[in-house]
Design a protein around this ligand. Sequence first.
Ligand code: UDP
Length: 472
Amino acid sequence: MERPHVVMLSAPGQGHINPMLKLADILHSKGFFITFVTTDHTHQKVLASQGPDALQGFVGFRFEIIPDGVSLPSSGSQEHVVKWCLVTYENCVAPFKDLLMRLNNSTGVPKITCVVYNWLMTFALHVAEELRIPAFVFMTMSACGFIGSLYLDDLIQRGYTPLKDESQLTNGYLDTPVDFLPGLKDIRLRDLPSFIRTVDADGLIFKFGKVASEKCLEAKGLILNTFDLLETDVLNVLNSMFQKVYTIGPLLSHIVTGPTKSLCLNLWKEEDHGYMEWLDQQRPSSVIYVNFGSLITITTEELIEFAWGLANSNHPFLWVIRPDLVEGHCDILPKGFIDKTKDRSYLLSWCAQEEVISHNSIGGFLTHCGWNSTLESVNSGVPMICWPRFDDQCTNARYICKQWGTGIEIDEDVQREQVTGKLKELMEGDKGKEMRKNVIHWKQRAKSATIQGGSSYENIVRLTMDITRIFS
Ligand code: UDP
């Protein structure tokens, strides 16, 4: 039987794949035919970590891979990640176009109803426009982070960016309040997406940030993994700029019933499976969970400061150190650290984060504030210690600390004493109790948004109706 066919194009990176898969799962459960497209780089990583059967068993899903010609590693600095996106961009246009044409001419595959593409893959919109296929853009970052990028021209006109010289990175200039951006509250220059911290107006990051965000305005609709109450003011502004806005998050909170096996495409292998048993042995809310996501890298010096900061806090901790987390892969933990902490620590290279963070022994999350990690923390009612590095992580951290009251921040120049102090504040102090109360409140609101009658639930209904209307 013919049914709406949604082609979903994910960007490479775990933080993009996870929410896109969740949306795919939801649309599939509504009866849509789904083609989930990833690039070759992602595909190779999934096969390497999960084996050749990784894509088997997803009933009703078609997986397609387009070549991207990427040989760069996927983690690193912001500049590196942007270069990586650009290479993908250059190499994927023709294969994506070929794929859409092939799908539309395949027997047994319904005609494509629309494309849902990750906002970083702007080329998908060009291709869809050319083939006259409606396209919706899916935003994997927060609305508050996104809006900062959309107002880049204002920041340039008022002289906030590009920076006059490199000294402005360290002389306190980044603490300048920015009070004219619609919807954003209590924001400093350092809290805006970090690509504006540049002296080079012609630089890659600057140009890419501008093009990628502005192009979104041309899509048929903007899909956001957030919920109305969490970012009300910013969402009001986005609603006035876009044809249609669908706030459908947190995607992980939706209950999906359908014939698929649990959708999960991990780019890293879980080498160790003992950590859930270890968590089972810990007291409720006693463990600090440390994980800086799938992309960022840190220096050996920063690793050492975190290590001693954790060791001196005297709290148990579970710390995920990705194989490529430390620049140059010199993840040598300081001498004496293991001896000092072995009775109350668990170190590993990758974990099932959603499971870990929702374990009742987790009392706090030391995070880089990636948007998925932020939502997963909110969804599990876990307060955060924020150490943002780039992109929307900076805005997310500000909102976590100032607007939602669910976290505290560590300085960019990380020092062990501060790490210990903030960990104690979170785990033992009154501020920690307050943050815990606040995050539980947000957890309840997130849940309410995703059950029948809630804003995100109803927006999914609206999105599916709009796609069905295109189909019929
Ligand atoms: N993640 C995971 N295990 C890990 C580290 C990360 O499952 O050990 C998942 C995490 O749950 C989240 C995603 O990877 O869904 C990371 O996305 P996020 O936006 O937090 O950060 P990014 O990796 O994009 O910087």
